[in-house]
Design a protein around this ligand. Structure first.
Ligand code: SF4
Ligand code: SF4
Length: 365
C-alpha cells in the first residue's frame, strides 16, 4: 500500500460513520473465466479495499453495487442495498455475457435487504450466502464454496473492534472544536471517552458484566473512584475533582447509550436497558406450524438461533441471543416466523409491509 492509501484508510477509519463511495461495477480479480465465482458487495470503500485484498490470490469476479457508500449490513437494513441495486449492477455490467453460471455470492449480513425471489425473477441470478466475515472467504473458496457452521455467524474480531473504537472516537471528537478555550477540560473529556470506548471494545471478553453498556458503566465507576481518591488525598483541588467527575461520567454515559444500539453485540432500546439493565433484543423469534423446515432462516441468522432437530425440523434456540437483524423474517418464504418478545426496535426499514404482522408481539403457542 502506498503512503496515500495508508492515509486515506486512516481517514476513513476515523470517519467510518460517513459514507465513502467506492467505484461501482464489475471487476476481474486475477484471471477469471466464465466459470469463476462472482462475489457481490456494496460500495463502502474500506470494505471494498479489504475485499479486493482478500480475493486477490483467487480468480473470480467482484460485482460492486451502489450501497450509498455504507457497509452492507447497515445499508441492507435501511433499504440502501437491495435486489434492485444488484439488478442495476447486473444490467450495467453485462455479467450474464461474462459468466456461464447464474450464481451470486453475498454476505448473509445483506439478507435483511435482499428479496432473493424477486432478484431471481428479474435477472435469472440466484443468491447463495457466503461467509459472514471477510477473513473466512479464503477458506470458503478453498472448500469449494462451502461454509462451515461457524462461517455463518457474525464475528467481531479484535481488529474489527479496534477499528470501530477509533470510528466511535471520531464521531465523539466534536469537543476538540473548543479545545483552544477550554483545553484541560476537553483533554479530560477526550481521555474519558477513550477510556470508555477502548475499554469496552477491547476489554469486551474480560470485563465482568455481560452487556456492553453495563461494561462501559463499570469503567465509568472505576474512573470516578480514582478521581475521588485523587480529590480526597489532596492530589487534585475540589474544583478539578468535580469537573473531572462530571466530565468522566458524561463521557461514559454517552458511550453506554451508544453501546445499546451496537448490533454486532446486542441491540435494544434505551428504555429497555434502563428498565431491565440488559441489552437483550425486544424481538424474540418463534416458528409457527406454517413452517415446512426449508432452512432459509438457518442460512442467514448471524447469531445461530435456528437449528435442525434430529427429525430435521427447524426450531429456535432462544438460549442464543437474537440481535434483531430481522434477516430471518425477510428470508422466510412462508411468513412462519413470529415475534414472541415484547416489541421491536423499528430501525430496520427493508422489510415488506406484509412482514409487519409478524413483528407485532404475539403470545407463544
Ligand atoms: S433470530 Fe434474531 S439474529 Fe437471527 S436472523 Fe432472526 S432477527 Fe436476526
Ligand atoms: S425460513 Fe421460515 S419456513 Fe423456512 S425453516 Fe425458517 S421458519 Fe421455517
Amino acid at each position: 500500500m502506498s503512503l496515500h492509501s495508508h492515509l486515506e484508510r486512516a481517514y476513513q477509519i476515523t470517519h467510518r460513520y460517513n459514507p465513502f463511495r467506492a467505484e461501482v461495477g464489475l471487476f476481474p480479480i486475477g484471471s477469471p473465466t466464465p466459470d469463476s465465482p462472482v462475489f457481490v458487495s456494496g460500495n463502502f470503500d474500506t470494505l471494498v479495499t479489504d475485499l479486493r485484498r482478500t480475493l486477490s490470490p483467487f480468480d473470480c469476479w467482484l460485482l460492486i453495487c451502489d450501497s450509498a457508500g455504507i457497509n452492507v449490513w447497515c445499508a441492507a437494513g435501511v433499504g440502501d442495498f437491495n435486489e434492485n441495486k444488484i439488478t442495476d449492477a447486473l444490467i450495467a455490467s453485462h455479467l450474464e455475457e461474462k459468466v456461464r453460471h447464474r450464481t451470486l455470492i453475498l454476505s448473509p449480513l445483506a439478507a435483511v435487504g435482499i428479496n432473493r425471489r424477486k432478484l431471481k425473477k428479474d435477472t435469472g441470478f440466484t443468491v447463495v450466502w457466503g461467509p459472514t466475515h471477510l477473513d473466512d472467504i479464503p477458506a470458503f473458496i478453498k472448500a469449494g464454496l462451502q461454509r462451515t457452521p461457524e462461517m455463518k455467524l457474525a464475528r467481531f474480531t479484535f481488529k474489527d473492534r479496534l477499528e470501530q473504537s477509533i470510528g466511535i472516537l471520531g464521531v465523539f471528537s466534536f469537543p476538540l472544536l473548543v479545545f483552544y478555550w477550554w483545553p484541560r477540560q476537553v483533554a479530560w473529556f477526550m481521555l474519558s471517552l477513550s477510556h470508555a470506548i477502548f475499554g469496552t471494545m477491547l476489554g469486551y471478553d474480560r470485563l465482568p458484566p455481560k452487556f456492553p453498556a453495563n461494561k462501559t458503566l463499570l469503567l465509568g465507576a472505576a474512573q470516578a473512584l480514582l478521581v475521588l481518591a485523587a480529590g480526597l488525598t489532596g492530589r487534585t483541588d475540589r474544583k478539578t475533582t468535580l469537573q473531572r467527575l462530571a466530565l468522566g461520567l458524561l463521557a461514559h454515559g454517552l458511550i453506554a447509550i451508544d453501546m445499546i444500539g451496537s448490533t454486532p453485540f446486542y441491540k435494544t432500546t434505551i428504555a429497555h436497558w434502563l428498565t431491565t439493565g440488559t441489552n437483550t433484543s425486544l424481538f424474540q423469534p418463534a416458528i409457527t406450524p406454517r413452517c415446512p423446515s426449508c432452512g432459509a432462516c438457518l442460512e442467514v441468522c448471524p447469531k445461530g438461533l435456528f437449528e435442525r432437530d434430529t427429525d430435521k425440523k427447524v426450531r429456535v434456540n432462544l438460549a442464543k441471543e437474537c440481535c434483531e437483524c430481522l434477516a430471518c423474517v425477510k428470508q422466510c418464504p412462508h411468513h412462519a416466523i413470529i415475534n414472541i418478545g415484547t416489541g421491536y426496535k423499528d430501525d430496520i426499514k427493508s422489510l415488506d409491509p406484509d412482514h409487519m404482522p409478524q413483528l407485532r408481539p404475539q403470545k407463544p403457542t
